[in-house]
Design a protein around this ligand. Structure first.
Ligand code: AMP
Ligand code: MG
Length: 397
């Protein structure tokens, strides 16, 4: 059986970024840039004022000085004449600095009266000027390929006038729940039946991970129903199923996937919860068979499916970096499996503090709702003392 790390490596080794598409800048937030962005021009494009004030020659202002205001320069022009000795140009933030000046004196450091301005204190050359290219010289790589486009990157793209951008395609993720006990939303569950919640939870997780979900509904625990639904799911970039992968009499998902030509990569991982997870491939489709327990399916999604989706979206770092947190309480586990504890996280004096968020039984969804993350407790260890630092994968943030 594979360890947690081995299973994740096997998945990621078999997944590549999908193709690309052009989207408008308004739709680009959260997408991953394909190909680097180089600045087509300098930013700022010219020397400009960082303050509302007066453009001066610092040489005129070695001590207290009174200067004649010889012009006015608003953002966007028109241009003021050059600053000549003994003169100042009134200037607004973002305006190109007129020729001849080498500093700006902010309004609050000057007194204007009758067409003159008094500058009481010496002025340093270069003061309050934003120089051409000081942010970004032309030709610099400003957003490398594989970067998620967040507001600052969007700001950069827009600064260069780009109205459309090439990003990786979002993976289409088919989501299938399996089980004779399931009814759809809106149906009243009769005796022995429960509402299919996994499809909706997994679809939400797909969106959060950067994929586009397509719900295939429910397949019953029989080969015919599974064949029909699973073969439809294999048209997608990713197929995620829930339930029917344990060792139960009616757990046919893996058999039917094999019948449909899916090559198994692994079944069962040394983890808790989520041990029976299976992964396979058919052509370009990655197939994840997650366990049915709502908690197990969401945790295994986070561990295995999310990184795969992120890699398909071209993300340079498919794995979410773990944070270190200090355990507020001692924890015990059996040796042999990597165990994932649902924890809350607080900011303490010395960084994050983790505490279990409630009952860790896989039947308890409430402790996942309360959790800020999952603590990763290594397979070989059995006892973790209060005060020890552990890795925590933050959830949904
Ligand atoms: P299984 O993996 O088929 O043994 O299912 C494990 C547990 O998860 C059982 O209690 C199922 O009833 C439950 N379960 C399976 N599928 C779903 C689903 N789609 N929504 C909510 N619970 C489910
Ligand atoms: Mg079942």
């Amino acid at each position: 059986m594979l360890t947690f790390e081995q299973a994740r490596e096997r998945i990621l080794a078999r997944i590549s970024p999908l193709g690309t598409e052009a989207v408008s800048l308004g739709e680009a937030a959260g997408r991953v840039l394909a190909g680097e962005l180089r600045s087509p021009w300098d930013l700022p494009p010219w020397d400009n004022s960082a303050m509302d004030g007066y453009a001066v020659r610092s040489g005129d202002c070695r001590g207290s000085a009174t200067l004649r205001i010889s012009g006015y320069m608003a953002a966007g022009g028109p241009d003021a004449p050059r600053v000549t000795p003994g003169c100042a140009v009134k200037i607004m933030t973002g305006s190109p600095v007129p020729e001849g000046c080498d500093a700006v004196v902010p309004f609050e450091d000057a007194e204007e009266r009758d067409g003159t301005v008094r500058v009481p204190a010496p002025v340093n050359p270069r003061a309050h000027i934003r120089f051409r290219a000081e942010d970004i010289p032309a030709g610099t790589v400003v957003v490398p390929g594989g970067t998620v486009l967040r507001p600052p990157e969007i700001s950069m793209l827009a600064s260069f006038g780009l109205s459309a951008v090439t990003v990786y395609r979002r993976p289409r993720v088919a989501v299938l729940s399996t089980g004779d006990e399931l009814v759809e939303l809106g149906e009243l569950p009769g005796p022995g039946k429960i509402v299919n919640s996994n499809s909706h939870a997994i679809a939400a997780a797909v969106v959060e991970a950067g994929g586009a979900p397509a719900l295939l509904g429910i397949a019953r625990d029989d080969r015919h129903s599974l064949l029909e639904k699973l073969s439809a799911g294999l048209e997608a970039d990713v197929l995620v199923t829930s339930a029917g992968v344990s060792a139960g009499d009616r757990d046919f998902v893996r058999d039917v996937l094999a019948e449909l030509g899916v090559t198994p990569v692994f079944w069962k991982v040394l983890i808790k919860p989520g041990g029976p997870t299976a992964f396979g491939l058919k052509g370009g489709t990655a197939v994840f068979s997650l366990p049915g327990n709502p908690v197990s399916s969401l945790i295994t999604f986070e561990l295995f499916v999310r990184p795969a989706i992120r890699k398909m979206t071209g993300h340079a770092c498919p794995l979410k970096p773990a944070v270190k947190a200090t355990l507020a309480e001692g924890l015990k586990k059996k040796p042999g499996k990597t165990q994932f504890f649902r924890v809350t996280i607080e900011s303490g004096e010395e960084g994050y503090v983790a505490r279990t968020s409630g009952d860790q039984n896989t039947g308890i969804l409430r402790s996942l709702i309360r959790a800020d993350g999952i603590a990763v407790l290594p397979a070989e260890r059995t006892a973790f003392a209060a005060g020890e630092k552990v890795d925590v994968l933050l959830l949904y943030r």
